[in-house]
Design a protein around this ligand. Structure first.
Ligand code: NPG
Length: 368
């Protein structure tokens, strides 16, 4: 394969409700889509970067810039292009994993469509459906939180993740346990909002039998997590800190985490995500698939990944209706607490042209 054309498309989808985390509030999803054309195939990728560099250093304008100026021109030089040759061709450019991941996803989609192979099969999936967890933002009141969690449980979600920050941690967890009982699979996500000095406070969550606490400390504070793990009994899961298979190996070996959240965008693509899965399986560390408020494009690919055997915990792969009134693909619908893994070639879904146009804010064909 060789690249013939690449389109960068910006879209904006309003969220069904604002989503507040310890680092900010998302009201709409301003995403970047990458569409690649080769002589025989078309492929789509979704970049998970947000509008501001608050979750990580990447942000959507910077991703578009690095794709336009460096990544796509470098890839256009590769004669034997396929999913596996993307990462080696882009390795000389430091960082920019979310931008690289979007481009790799589009090339992989094009390659697999041409070969007639579903992404799930290519990655080594063993399940045809995936259990759905849901991530619940920080709310204005406990009452609002309990109504929201109750609605998700009624809809069939099998695991609840509460976003926490100092001042919104113990009380929401206690309220959810009190209202919905000890059987609900419950976990919390701090998005780096605490320091090691909070370890005594975080130990206060131990009696609630949480599945895990996600990324309590700064992303670079790996040794802080090692120390925290000795002071609390809730298992620690890392998200922001795990940027590669090497970072995963180091964190696990040091004892910084007992569980890993895998987000393909954060680690540079689905192939590195699979390597992290393999590292975790080799160390007996459970993994689950995170989410970045993806449209149906990214969601389809995440479901393929989440169907691998090491994904033994429910992920943030929720139904389309949890995010958007209208998605740009056929919506993913929760059934008996699960979403079906797409079966078509490549990522197995395509944007619906009218729905895509409706939310498009800009489009650009690249030249090189
Ligand atoms: O369901 O896609 C989803 C969102 C899951 O909580 C979620 N994502 O830190 O993991 C995270 C968080 C996030 C949301 C990160 C928005 C960045 C932006």
């Amino acid at each position: 394969m060789k690249l013939t054309d690449v389109e960068l498309r910006r879209i904006r989808l309003p969220l069904v409700a604002p989503f507040r985390t310890s680092f900010g509030t998302e009201r709409s999803r301003d995403a970047l889509l990458v569409r690649v054309l080769t002589a025989d195939a078309e492929g789509w990728g979704e970049c998970v970067a947000m509008i501001d560099p608050l979750y990580s250093s990447e942000y959507v304008d910077a991703c578009a810039d690095v794709l336009r100026r460096f990544l796509v021109p470098a890839l256009a030089e590769v004669p034997q292009l396929n999913g596996a040759t993307v990462e080696p061709a882009l390795r000389k450019f430091r960082g920019h994993r979310m931008a690289k991941a979007a481009l790799e996803m589009a090339v992989l989609d094009a390659e697999l469509r041409q070969r007639g192979v579903p992404l799930s099969q290519e990655l080594g999936a063993v399940h045809t459906s995936v259990p759905c967890g849901v991530s619940v933002g920080i709310m204005g009141s406990i009452g609002e939180l309990l109504d929201t969690v109750g609605g998700y449980l009624e809809a069939g979600y099998v695991r609840i993740k509460l976003k926490i920050e100092p001042g919104w941690d113990f009380a929401p967890v206690a309220a959810v346990r009190e209202r919905f009982g000890d059987d609900v699979l419950l976990q919390v996500d701090a998005n780096t909002a605490y320091t090691l000095a909070d370890s005594h406070h975080l130990a206060g969550l131990d009696p609630f039998n949480l599945l895990l606490i996600e990324q309590p400390l700064d992303e670079e504070d790996v040794l802080g997590h090692v120390e925290l793990a000795k002071r609390i009994s809730t298992p620690i899961c890392l998200d922001e800190s795990i940027t590669s298979a090497r970072a995963a190996t180091d964190a696990i070996t040091l004892g910084a985490c007992q569980i890993v959240n895998i987000k393909p965008g954060r680690v540079g693509g689905y192939l590195e995500a699979r390597r992290i899965h393999d590292v975790c399986v080799a160390h007996g560390v459970p993994v689950w698939c995170g989410g970045m408020l993806e449209t149906g494009i990214g969601r389809a690919a995440n479901l393929a990944l989440a169907a691998l055997p090491g994904f033994t915990l429910p992920g943030d792969t929720s139904a389309s209706s949890r995010y958007y009134h209208t998605d740009i693909t056929e919506p993913f619908v929760i059934e008996n607490g699960h979403l079906s893994v797409p079966t078509g070639p490549g990522i197995g879904v395509e944007p619906i042209p009218d729905a895509l146009e409706e939310v498009t804010t800009s489009k650009e064909w690249l030249s090189w």
